[in-house]
Design a binder for this molecule. Structure first.
Ligand code: PMP
Length: 442
């Protein structure tokens, strides 16, 4: 299939080859134009949590399309299903969150949360608090503000971002050279010293918020060391810096809890969610905003008589209906419990790669998995082993992604044990092909 009219996202523009085109999905599997079947090891883009053929989601969309296909939520008018979804999310929230704002993507949720932090500080008479802290290798989206918070160069290159005032902290990655030879506790001390230094150099009264993923996804599946977020939160609270938890990947069961916030004991002022909120059947995102922040937003907004933020499709009724049904299914079927039960299956399967040739590390958490390769040992440049491995994996019938040198697994949360084992078996076959292509014997 030709793609000369499609400006493909996150793809080098003008590639001479045709894109790989997927036409059909069922359960955890998808099929391409050639009729070839794949296990989807990354649930689309970490998002199709309930698999590709959940009839209840299709029915929820169809019913809402018939009843009210659209109404907006501006100027104090909205739709019943939008309000109901806000209620559902507020009730499900891992810590009390007074209000819910709706968007359409993870990026716009994070842009919104950053703007809310700015509005919050302006309303408190501290409009000089504009700077945003985030992690090197954190991924928060590709729009202007969220893309500036993202700590990955390929998101910035050519676009003239990050905008000024977006500050970067070291990745809490125990495999990074800075952690070399340190215990986890010592590495956390090092990270916190770095954070304190950054804040004192910049001036605490210039910093609005810190945005972070509980587990860094696109930055290479980084699980921070124990106690890291407790210490970070202590520093943020002391300096009155807001904390935005980006749960776009970790939200809705992926970690074995409904939210990563619970798993890591976070106390965020705002939580951003997208992807799993609707199992990706329709685009929808949300910012959950704490009572304390809402109170200030309300006060500020009443003073200036406006709150000039929102999108035509904020709280889109059809997306909201699908999200409500998704939340119902997640709870009725105890999907987080299923993830906790399935996690050891993924761990056992991936642990077989521990110590295997060219493998640097294996990590799992809930239904997230990563096999990190040693690019230098592969005789390749950083990023190259992952790219080659996921291409080979597709040939072997499993769709995966790579983040840096890590091949990432984020299968649908409804994967059976057999699906998970088959997914890893297909990857293992690709790995053997990779090894022999590089003249390495297993
Ligand atoms: N935050 C995180 C943690 C993400 O993983 C992503 C997308 N992979 C985003 C934000 C951006 O979401 P979207 O692509 O829907 O804008």
């Amino acid at each position: 299939m030709d793609s000369s009219t499609l400006l493909e996202p996150h793809t080098v523009v003008g590639l001479p080859t045709a894109p790989h085109v997927i036409t059909r999905g069922e359960g955890v599997r998808v099929w391409d134009t050639e009729g070839k079947q794949y296990i989807d090891g990354v649930a689309g883009l970490w998002c199709v949590t309930l698999g590709y053929s959940e009839p209840r989601l299709v029915e929820a969309a169809a019913k809402q399309l018939e009843k009210l296909p659209f109404y907006g939520s501006f100027n104090h008018r909205t739709s019943d299903v939008t309000v109901a979804l806000a209620d559902d999310l507020a009730a499900l929230s891992p810590i009390p969150m007074g209000r819910v704002f709706f968007g359409n993507s993870g990026s716009d949720a994070n842009d919104s949360a950053i703007k809310f932090a700015w509005f919050y500080h302006c309303a408190k008479g501290r409009s000089h608090r504009k700077k945003i802290l985030s992690h090197h290798r954190g991924y928060h989206g590709a729009t202007t503000a969220a893309g500036s918070a993202t700590g990955l160069a390929h998101i910035h290159n050519g676009f003239g971002i990050p905008l000024p005032g977006f500050l970067r902290m070291h990745t809490p990655d125990v495999l990074s050279t800075q952690a070399n030879g340190l215990s986890d506790e010592e590495f956390v001390d090092w990270l916190i010293d770095e954070l304190e230094l950054l804040i004192s150099q910049e001036g605490p009264d210039t910093i609005a918020a810190f945005i972070a993923e509980p587990i860094l996804g696109a930055g290479g599946l980084v699980v921070p060391p124990d106690g890291y977020y407790d210490r970070v939160q202590e520093v943020l609270t002391r300096h009155d810096i807001l904390f935005i938890a980006d749960e776009v990947i970790t939200g809705f069961g992926r970690t074995g809890s409904m939210f990563g916030t619970t798993e890591f004991g976070l106390r965020p002022d705002m939580i951003t969610v997208a992807k799993g909120l609707s199992s990706a059947y329709l685009p929808i995102s949300a910012v959950l905003v704490s009572d304390a922040v809402c109170d200030v937003l309300a006060r500020g907004s009443q003073e200036i008589r406006s709150f000039g933020h929102g999108f035509t499709y904020s709280g889109h009724p059809v997306a909201a209906a699908v999200a409500r049904e998704t939340l119902a299914i997640l709870q009725e079927r105890d999907i987080p419990g299923r993830v906790r039960a399935a996690a050891p299956v993924l761990t056992n399967a991936l642990d077989k790669f521990l110590g295997a040739p060219l493998v640097r590390d294996v990590r799992t958490y809930g239904l997230l998995g990563g096999v990190e390769f040693d690019a230098a040992a592969c005789g390749m440049r950083p990023g190259e082993p992952g790219k080659e491995l996921v291409t080979t994996a597709a040939e072997h019938g499993v769709l995966l992604r790579f983040a840096g040198d890590t091949v990432v697994f984020a299968p649908p949360l409804v994967s059976t044990d057999a699906d998970l084992e088959e997914m890893v078996d297909r990857f293992a076959a690709a790995y053997r092909t990779f090894l022999s292509a590089h003249g390495v014997t297993a």
